[in-house]
Design a protein around this ligand. Structure first.
Ligand code: C2E
Ligand code: CA
Length: 686
């Protein structure tokens, strides 16, 4: 027995005894040495080191007449250049009445000495074999000399396929990536890449491969260490986030953000290749009405239908996207001719005109289109750094203004932007170009138009009307730039410039005629954009008060259009303003909203009868009757009436006779600069 014990201990054969359940009962020293452990050997470690051992045991177990089995094993262990081929004899100890046990006697296939010198501590060994990161080490020749089990699991390749140069053929489709990885590692010492693995019947796997190289003093590659992890979940998640951030969920088209990025890429390419690029800006007509009338579900279906129709008409090289609520953009790259693009615009308009059907419902819709073109400037050789960004903005702006003009011209049509100065769109384009600097330098001036008491002729208020002095075009009227400022996010700044000037005029020139004491108000025109943001409006007005101007000196003019969305927040805001002492007047009365119910619900003290009512009052009996009715209605609601645009005495007399309270118009005076207003007042009173 002692001899057997000695043999067990001192033999240079590896010997291990296992229980029926695979637990290690004992292992001789050489066996433990091979596996790189001094500690008691666990079954897990044994099975990790000899991956196929379990299969052999099962085979032996299931064959009742078999007492032993020859087996070829591979020993996996950190520190080994590659898995070592081991031959073994697996013996079953099947004694009657007792449990089966197994013995494995084994020896290396070749003469490799399995010393422990290069074996790391057992803890590290354990870690490397179990860590959920694939690990690979490479020798000087870029040959794989070690991989841990996770590496072959992740790559779905056997050790034989991976050892040596084999690993390089791993990702056939990613040879470029691997070449770059190697190149970067040799250059910088570290590198990283992502590899995709497509196995038949399995989802695509993305693996992140980080690599570190050990370089010699003269920069030559000596050895390398790679770590591989599965980042498929992260990649899928990122792709979802990308889709959410860049695609519109209703139409599945690229959204505004992606459009701008695409446009930037396409423009870059157009600049580099000297090609033109055209942009069609499509805006649906009356879409908001459909949404309000039939609900968002129908609205969404229309948007989907429109996007399908547009896509069907475009070429595969064109890029269609949804730029905003009811706005689509098509990029037509590659030197397309103007005729081709115009034809596309015509076809889109015709196609959108075809009714949409939803069960019994038949809906008609139309679209306005603005076309702008980027033409490479062949003379230009020096481009500013932000040239492409400037062009992106410019192209969108030109197309957008052109749509605006198409709408103004009656909708359901396309217009192409041109540099022809006589075109409205060119004028608007220049206005929009110059507006930021006009705002920055406050190039606005305020003119004041008197409003007098119809009975006494006394001055009761002056309406502040903005003008923009531009050195090229001289005076620009508000009708020209206010709507553009409103649709292009500039109106709040314009209003701020306006109020600054008004405050300045009050504190300097205008106070000359003691406005407060004489109860003369200044009326200012608010923008719908301000009314849509009651909080912002309150801040805007509190600034006036900080400059010493009292609310009871100010009348705020709002228009009927602003009341279409008569929200509780708006009513609350206007009530609050009235209680502070501001008066509210309804401007351009009779030109906008047809419902009169808001006259009773929206806090206001005055209505301003639009000039169109006044124009024919002295010649048209029906017009006179209409004005009489309006004044009667206003009186019954305890509202004051201002008549706007009064140009002759006959008009004024009729309006006074009908009970109109105040008169404003060229008959009294045109809008004037503050100094002229003072003179006018002095002459009047004098
Ligand atoms: P509005 O509020 O209806 O202003 C009255 C317009 O009628 C003024 O034109 C005024 O000069 C003009 N007007 C007054 N009496 C007569 C008349 O007897 N005959 C004729 N033919 N016209 C008369 P203006 O100053 O060109 O302003 C046009 C519009 O621009 C204003 O219409 C208002 O909607 C807007 N606006 C003017 N200033 C501002 C401002 O500071 N802010 C905002 N948001 N809009 C402004
Ligand atoms: Ca007004």
């Amino acid at each position: 027995m002692k001899d057997i014990d000695n043999l067990f201990k001192e033999s240079d054969l590896g010997i291990v005894i296992l229980s029926e359940l695979g637990d290690v009962i004992s292992a001789n020293a050489i066996f433990k040495q091979w596996l790189g452990t001094d500690e008691p050997l666990t079954s897990t470690k044994l099975m990790q080191s000899f991956k196929t051992l379990e299969i052999h045991i099962k085979k032996l177990k299931s064959a009742s007449d078999l007492k032993h089995l020859k087996c070829n094993l591979e020993l996996h262990r950190i520190g080994l250049a590659r898995p070592l081929e081991i031959q073994g004899l697996l013996i079953a100890n099947k004694q009657e009445g007792s449990n089966v046990s197994y013995g494995l006697i084994c020896w290396p296939n070749d003469d490799v000495k399995l010393t422990t010198t290069e074996s790391p501590s057992s803890k590290l060994n354990e870690l490397i074999l179990n860590i959920p990161t694939g690990i690979i080490t490479l020798n000087k020749e870029w040959e794989c000399d070690f991989i841990n089990p996770e590496f072959s699991i992740l790559t779905e390749k056997s050790d034989n396929e991976l050892y040596g140069k084999g690993w390089l053929g791993l990702f056939k489709n990613e040879s470029g990536q691997l070449a770059k990885l190697i190149n970067d590692a040799t250059k910088y010492g570290v590198s990283r890449t992502e590899l995709t693995l497509n196995s038949i019947g399995k989802p695509t796997k993305t693996l992140e491969f980080k690599f570190k190289a050990r370089l010699s003093d003269n920069g030559l590659f000596e050895s390398g260490f790679g770590a591989l992890i599965d980042i498929s979940d992260r990649v899928i998640h990122e792709a979802k986030i990308y889709k959410l951030a860049n695609y519109d969920s209703i139409t599945n088209l690229p959204n505004r953000r992606a459009t701008q990025e695409n446009l930037s890429k396409y423009l870059q390419n157009a600049v580099q290749t000297n090609q033109s690029l055209q942009l069609l800006y499509i805006n649906l007509d009356g879409f908001r009405g459909i949404n309000d009338l039939y609900g968002h579900q129908i609205g969404d279906k229309i948007l989907q239908g429109v996007s399908e129709r547009i896509i069907n008409l475009t070429r595969s090289s064109d890029v269609v996207s949804r730029f905003g609520g009811d706005e689509f953009i098509i990029l037509v790259p590659g030197n397309a001719t103007d005729d081709d693009v115009d034809e596309l615009a015509e076809a889109i308009i015709a196609e959108i005109n075809t009714p949409f059907y939803f069960d019994e419902l038949q809906l008609h819709i139309s679209a306005s289109i603005g076309i702008a073109k980027f033409k490479p400037d062949l003379q230009k050789t020096n481009f500013p750094e932000n040239y492409v960004q400037l062009m992106v903005k410019d192209l969108i702006q030109r197309a957008d203004l052109t749509v605006y003009c198409a709408k103004q011209a009656g909708k359901n049509q396309y217009i192409r932007f041109s540099n022809d100065k006589t075109q409205k769109v060119t004028e608007l384009y220049h206005i929009l170009q110059k507006l930021p600097s006009a705002i920055e330098n406050n190039l606005f001036t305020m003119m004041y138009q008197p409003i007098i008491d119809a009975q006494t002729g006394k001055l009761t208020a002056v309406e502040a009307l903005i003008r923009w002095y531009d050195k090229d075009t001289q005076w620009i009227a508000p009708d020209q730039f206010i709507p553009i400022a409103e649709t292009h996010g500039k109106i709040l700044s314009v209003q701020q410039c306006m109020i600054n000037k008004v405050c300045q005029d009050i504190s300097t020139t205008l106070n000359h005629f003691a406005m407060s004491e004489n109860h003369i108000r200044i009326t200012i025109n608010l923008s719908p954009v301000q009314l849509a943001d009651p909080k912002g409006l309150l801040i805007f007005l509190s600034n006036i008060q900080r400059r010493g101007i009292k609310p009871n000196q100010i009348t705020l003019e709002i228009t009927e259009h602003m009341l279409v969305e008569e929200t509780p927040a708006l009513i609350k805001c206007l009530t609050n303003l009235e209680s502070q002492g501001f008066t509210i007047a309804l401007d351009d009365f009779g030109t906008g909203y047809s419902s009169l119910s808001y006259l009773a619900t929206v806090p206001m003290s005055t209505i301003k009868l639009d000039k169109s009512f006044v124009d024919t009052i002295e010649t048209s009996a029906s017009q006179k009757a209409l004005v009489k009715g309006v004044i009667f209605l206003a009186k019954s609601l305890k509202l004051k009436v201002v008549a706007e645009g009064v140009e002759n005495k006959a008009q004024m007399d009729i309006l006074t006779e009908l009970g109109c309270d105040y008169i404003q118009g060229y008959l009294i005076a045109k809008p004037m600069k503050p100094e002229a207003l003072i003179k006018w007042l002095e002459n009047k009173d004098g």
